[in-house]
Design a protein around this ligand. Sequence first.
Ligand code: HEM
Length: 202
Amino acid sequence: MTASPTPERPSLRSQRLNQITHEPHTKLDALVKAHAPFETQANFARFVVAQYLFQSELVALYNDAELNQIVPDLAERCRAEAARLDLADLDTDVPAPVAGAVKHPGKAEALGWLFVSEGSKLGAAFLIKRAVGLGLSETFGARHLGEPAGGRAEGWKRFTRTLDALEFSAEEEAAAEKGAIDAFVRFTVLLEQAYASAPELA
Ligand code: HEM
C-alpha cells in the first residue's frame, strides 16, 4: 500500500528523502564547518580524505549494471577518481579503507545512498567557491567539487526524476530511506576519521 501524500509526507520520493535527511544534513553541514576546511589547504585536504573515502566506498554502486540500467549515466557520475586526483594535488596520501563500508545493498537501498552522494554535488557549488580562496579549482585540488558535465541542477533533476518514477514496494521505500540516512551517518564517521588521522594539523 502507498501512503497518501500529505503536507507532512510529500508525494515525491526525492522530496521525502530530502525531508528525512534534513536534520542529518544540517548537522553534517555544521560538522564540516566546525573543522574549518577552508582555513588552510591542510584542513581542506582532510575534508578531501573524507570525500575520497565516501566516494570510493560507492564505486561498486556507481558501476553496478542493474543500477546503470536505471540511471544510464550513473558510472560517469562517480567522483572517486576526481577525489583521488585531488589528494595527489594536495600532496596527501590515499587513505586506507575504513571498516564499515556499505556492502551489497539492494537496489532501493543503493539508490538511497546514491541520492545523498548526488545531492552533495549541490552543496559542492558553494564549497568550491570557498576552495578557490585556497588557490584550488575544479582542475586542481577541488576537482571532486567541480560542476558535472551538463550542469549541476540538470544532473540532479535527471537523477531525481528517474528516482521518483520508479515503482517501489513499501519495503523498498523503507530501504531507500534507510540508505539515505545510513549515508549521512557514514559520511559523518568518515569525516571524523579523516580529521582524527590528520598527520600534522595544529
Ligand atoms: C555526504 C553528503 C553531503 C555533504 C557532505 C553535504 C555538505 C554540505 C555543506 C557543507 C553545505 C554548506 C555549503 C555552504 O554553506 O557553504 C551544503 C549545502 C547544501 N547541500 Fe549538502 N551535503 C550533502 C548532501 C546533500 C544532499 C543529499 C542534498 C540534497 C538532497 C544536498 C543539498 C544541499 C544544498 C541545496 C545546499 C545549499 C545550501 C542549503 O540549502 O543548505 N546536500 N551541503
